[in-house]
Design a protein around this ligand. Structure first.
Ligand code: BJW
Ligand code: ZN
Length: 297
């Protein structure tokens, strides 16, 4: 391990390799070009190729796979992550803003931030990572995608990739909610956002204050969704952990459920995380580049 907690470069790597070759990466962070040849995208010495081959073997041998995704899978779509430098919370402490207490104290600021993000997300499209994952689960059928993301990009990818067929197998379990929806803070009624962009919207049923339909810190996740996610992980013999720092619970515990049931973990992330040490294979690279290489025949 390096001092930054990154995996060491492969034995025999040159200093140049240490700087550039140890990662499977694209040259840009936004929507990767599919026109580039696959081989061109691996700036590889032998080790990353072997890691990828080992990971592909695990995928091919798996009976049921589950994927847990986080903000990193949407980074190449232009959605900022939470904890990377320049991420969404660069100027805010998430524990202060994304909490029930903050909403009760200062709903306008919380609403302002979420409206800004809604606008941001509405302008983003699924990337090759969302699409590869959608195609994979449309073909496999089960177990499916569990996402911490509230951006709806997995759902859009599933619908687009399914064409005329049912997208169900690739529709994600959105355990932290959906930013595009409102929910009543008092009675829980879900609703489409109204046009009142500057006001504090009210619930049509009970007059309570509406809020974005997302899970804030200190709130319980929907028990039914969490149970579904945990049961998918328990039935899976492979858990793909993609673009998450794996620090927020209970989501971060989901891969451990697969591991405890005897399955394996493949991590896809640009950086090492607390789960790297228990992953059978950790692929360093951008999800939009790595997932097509990992999942496509
Ligand atoms: C790339 C890439 C590329 C970049 N390709 N990779 C047990 C222990 C300790 C604490 C707790 C615990 N259980 C519960 C807690 C408390 C708390 C918690 O976990 N706190 C920790 C932070 C310490 N959890 C909760 O409060 C949860 N509720 C709960 O447990 O209720 C019961 C309870 C209540 C009270 C007390 C105790 C228990 C609720 C958590 C809700 C999280 N909500 C948010 C906001 C959602 C709405 C919104 O979007 O605004 O969810 S927080 C935020 O973090 C968001 C995300 O879904 C979540 C996870 O972040 P994620 O996705 O991992 O993003 P990043 O930015 O952290 O990481 C990005 C990664 O991608 C990085 O690794 C990059 O390297 C990588 N990357 N580009 C691949 N191109
Ligand atoms: Zn209500």
């Amino acid at each position: 391990m390096s001092s930054r907690g990154e995996p060491s470069p492969p034995a025999g790597a040159t200093p140049q390799d240490r700087r550039t070759s140890w990662r499977i990466t694209s040259t840009c962070r936004v929507a990767c070009s599919t026109s580039r040849r696959r081989d061109d995208r691996i700036h590889g010495v032998a080790q990353p190729g072997r890691e990828l081959a080992r990971a592909r073997e695990l995928v091919a041998g798996a009976t049921r796979a589950v994927a847990l995704t986080g903000a990193g899978i949407s980074a190449e779509s232009g959605v900022p992550t939470f904890r990377d430098a320049g991420g969404l919370w660069h100027n805010y402490r998430p524990e202060e803003l994304a909490t029930v207490g903050a909403f009760e104290r200062d709903p306008r600021t919380v609403w302002e931030w979420y409206r800004w993000r809604r606008g941001f997300v509405a302008d983003c499209d699924p990337n090759e990572g969302h699409r590869a994952l959608a195609r994979f689960f449309l073909e496999r059928g089960e177990a499916g995608i569990v996402t911490q993301n509230v951006d709806g990009l997995h759902t859009r990818a599933a619908r687009e990739e399914a064409g005329d067929g049912p997208p169900d197998a690739a529709l994600p379990v959105e355990i932290h909610g959906a930013i595009a929806r409102d929910r009543c803070n008092r009675c829980g009624l879900r609703a489409e956002p109204g046009p009142e962009e500057d006001s504090l919207p009210r619930c049509e049923a009970c007059g309570g204050m509406r809020r974005p339909d997302v899970v804030l810190f200190g709130e319980m996740l929907d028990p039914e969704l969490l149970e579904r996610a945990q049961s998918m992980a328990a039935r899976a013999d492979l858990c793909l952990v993609i673009g998450t720092s794996a620090v927020v619970y209970p989501a971060a515990g989901i891969p451990m459920t697969t591991l405890s049931a005897g399955g394996s973990i493949i991590e896809v992330n640009t950086e090492a995380t607390g789960l790297t040490g228990v992953a059978a294979v950790a692929l360093r690279g951008e999800a939009g580049v790595v997932l097509p290489l990992l999942l496509e025949p």
